[in-house]
Design a binder for this molecule. Sequence first.
Ligand SMILES: [Zn+2]
Length: 143
Amino acid sequence: MAPHRLLGGCRCGAVSLQVELSREPGSCHPRACDCDFCREREAAYVSDPAGRLRMRARSPADVRIERQGSLQAEFLSCQACGTLLVVRWQDGDRAYGAVNARALADRAAFGAEQPASPKQLGAGQKTERWKALWFADVGLDIG
Ligand SMILES: [Zn+2]
């Protein structure tokens, strides 16, 4: 099936997003994480293990990388405007990730948001969940 391509990015335009989903966006329900960090940044995550997630920035300095909570995952946001774009987890050579649906232009195409509470999971449970649910094809292109 042809992928469903969604575009987006941060508010100021310094960092752009391109997402390919293997299924209809309407069948994806963004997960609104209930941790303080994600609530403050109004994040709701979408991912697809059969899809693809690309970020593009002019320079590595445009992307702020933070860790919080259990410190396993990295939160990537725009250095200039602060829009939270992607959560990423590096497992050896492979990067897994999920995109903040609210940073995508077509966010209205998604199904209803659902609450998620990953902070209740242990470290091993989290990484197992990310491997099963998140994009396994994640990249940051510079230039
Ligand atoms: Zn920005």
